[in-house]
Design a protein around this ligand. Structure first.
Ligand code: FAD
Ligand code: DHB
Length: 388
């Protein structure tokens, strides 16, 4: 079998890339190791930058986003007794949209079905061959049958644990990593959102975030030790702890109820350079991970896909220039978004081993943010997303 581009991974990066390339007449195939139901059940991000929304519209999947997504013009950052409203719209002219990653993925699959794009689910033992030469191919097995797909290019969109990054020889890539000494416990509940905007709260007891999916569905997070397991936290314990970490005027209005999902994610900053090797190009979590505090994971995947789709479309129109610079172009934005995610994480979490000095630094930072329009603008322009 032969296709022009093999996309490994059927998460948001792979699906969005597939649609954008197909719309330009490029013949793609998606190879995903899990079932579609498994991919759709993963509850992850919820904040979409304008750039990602525009790309989804360009890919033909903007309809539900535009009717069901919630445009947020600002957010609240509360810590050390201060509450700072960051007004994205006034400070930057831009906004973000609340629309869950599960819904994004659902819309992308529906459009791929409609266009009858080839997608192989439950592909086992996916391997990349010859990416450093002129005739790359991908092999895997599915339902006991072996497959080989020859292609011009391979897009590695298979997330942090995928096979693509590891195909690049170790002496050719360099990995930068920072692991944080805590995780995020997240719950989804059929309760009213705390406030009409997201509330990021830092406290001596640790970080908390009150987010939402719609007017009756809330997504809340608590910083927890890495040793905690979701089953250690009853719903009651979660709500009690969340109340203690919020400013009293918010805590008093928090609506509680049974959780319908509960999970813990560790926090990590990770960047692998370069993001290409021969005819293999990495995009999204396959190349980098950010801690979730700045809501950048999914949005960075989108900017990679933007650059890579433009580069491949230009290549099939006869110009290889953008493919040659893809890695450097994507990485420049990745490092800036990683810096922002790291600094938001530093500002709002409790670092158990760092003592009073960091505590006072965090206090000074919130104090500065509260009093400086320049600081608020810097935060806002990073949060709504740096330009592509
Ligand atoms: P993924 O979503 O990981 O998709 C990769 C796909 O590749 C998967 O479907 C996987 O099954 C498939 N795959 C893996 N290996 C192979 C293989 N060998 N062969 C074929 N297919 C393979 N971001 C935020 O902004 N906010 C959040 O709250 C947030 N929470 C998160 C919670 C968790 C637990 C995780 C893991 C991530 C979270 N993120 C969050 C990050 C965000 O979800 C990711 O940045 C985003 O999913 C990246 O999309 P992706 O398509 O690059 O990778
Ligand atoms: C959500 C997740 C984030 O990491 C974030 O910064 C904001 C919102 C969410 O899941 O809604």
């Amino acid at each position: 079998m032969r296709h022009q581009v093999v996309i490994i991974g059927g998460g948001p990066s792979g699906l969005l890339l597939a649609l954008l390339l197909r719309r330009a007449g490029i013949d793609v195939v998606v190879v995903e190791q899990r079932t579609r139901d498994y991919v759709l059940a993963r509850i992850r991000a919820g904040v979409l930058e304008q750039g990602l929304c525009d790309l989804l519209r360009e890919a033909g999947v903007g309809k539900r986003l535009d009717t069901e997504g919630f445009v947020h013009e600002g957010t609240v950052i509360a810590a050390h007794g201060r509450k700072v409203h960051i007004d994205f719209k006034t400070l930057t002219g831009s906004t973000v949209t609340i629309y869950g990653q599960t819904e994004v993925t659902r819309d992308l699959y529906a459009e791929l079905d409609r266009t009858e794009a080839p997608v192989f689910h439950e592909a086992e033992g996916v391997e990349i061959h010859g990416a450093d030469g002129d005739a790359p191919y991908v092999t895997f097995t599915r339902n006991g049958q072996g497959y080989r797909i020859d292609c011009d290019y391979i897009a590695g969109c298979d997330g942090f644990h995928g096979v693509s990054r590891r195909t690049i020889p170790e002496d050719t890539r360099r990995e930068y990593e920072h692991v944080y000494p805590f995780g995020w416990l997240g719950i989804l509940s059929e309760t009213k959102p705390l406030y009409h905007e997201l509330v990021y709260a830092g406290s001596k007891r640790g970080f908390a975030l009150c987010s939402m999916r719609n007017a009756h569905l809330s997504r809340h997070y608590l910083q927890v030790p890495l040793t905690d397991r979701p089953q250690d936290w009853s719903d009651e314990a979660f709500w009690d702890e969340l109340r203690k970490r919020l400013p009293p005027e918010f805590a008093d209005t928090l609506e509680t109820g049974p959780s319908i999902e509960k999970s813990i994610a560790p926090l990590r900053s990770f960047i692998s350079e370069p993001m290409s090797w021969g005819r293999l190009y990495l995009a999204g979590d396959a190349a980098h991970i950010v801690p979730p505090t700045g809501a950048k994971g999914l949005n960075l995947a989108a900017s990679d896909v933007y650059y890579l789709s433009r580069a491949l479309i230009a290549r099939y129109a006869g110009d290889e220039g953008l493919l040659k610079t893809y890695s450097a172009t994507a990485l420049a934005r990745v490092w800036k978004a990683s810096r922002f995610s790291w600094s938001m994480t530093r500002m709002l979490h409790n670092f158990p081993d760092e003592g009073d000095f960091l505590d006072r630094m965090q206090e000074a930072e919130i104090d500065y943010l509260a009093g400086s329009k320049a600081a608020q603008t810097a935060l806002a322009e990073n949060y709504v997303g740096l330009p592509y």
